[in-house]
Design a protein around this ligand. Structure first.
Ligand code: COA
Length: 163
């Protein structure tokens, strides 16, 4: 039985090369890494939950110990259901810290038996965010350095539908 399970939660609207970098690092540390895609309706995502799951699953298909699972419940409950010992989060810059500290502290309060661990991405990904990538793609900019070709195509299709 696999015992070192981690959940890497986020909105992944859409998944970026920065997320991928973190998943690659996380997958080498745990027996199983569950990429938890939050419904995050409050964030008004561009892609539906099913689209975000599908994009991520296609991009991550070569990792044998990575599973993509959507959720629309409390992260604390999701991590417990997945039998995770760890919640994995990325820290790109000092500006991420305050929010992440709050999230980790709240989750420790809700689920004291699950630890939050942080990894930093490779430097070239430290300034990437899904919002910036969406904005660049919406204005026909080049996002090939920041997103997988599958995501680039999905962004093109999404913005073409909207025109
Ligand atoms: N590389 C590139 N970008 C990254 C990144 C990385 N390694 N890590 C994070 N980001 C970016 C994301 O693209 C996102 O950018 P955006 O805001 O421009 O879209 C931003 O950083 C933060 O996003 P993300 O890591 O996806 O987190 P989130 O804030 O969207 O989601 C949840 C946080 C899902 C973990 C949190 O909202 C949650 O737990 N939701 C479930 C409900 C719940 O339990 N709420 C109570 C929590 S105590």
């Amino acid at each position: 039985m696999k015992d070192k399970i981690a959940v890497y939660p986020g909105t992944f609207d859409p998944i970026t090369n920065g997320h991928y970098d973190l998943i690659k690092r996380g997958a080498s540390l745990f027996d199983e890494l569950i990429v938890g895609i939050a419904d995050s309706q409050r964030k008004g995502p561009l892609f539906t939950l099913d689209e975000r799951i599908d994009l991520s699953a296609r991009i991550l298909k070569d990792f044998s110990n990575v599973r993509v699972v959507g959720f629309d419940i409390l992260l604390a409950d999701f991590a417990t259901q997945m039998r995770a010992k760890v919640i994995l989060r990325g820290l790109r810059a000092v500006s991420d810290f305050e929010y992440e500290f709050q999230l980790a502290s709240m989750n420790r309060h809700l689920i004291p038996n699950i630890e939050t661990m942080f990894l930093t991405p490779a430097e070239q990904f430290s300034f990437i965010s899904s919002s910036l990538i969406k904005e660049i793609a919406m204005l026909n900019g080049d996002v090939s350095e920041f997103a997988h070709p599958i995501v680039q195509q999905a962004l093109k299709d999404k913005f073409a539908q909207r025109d």
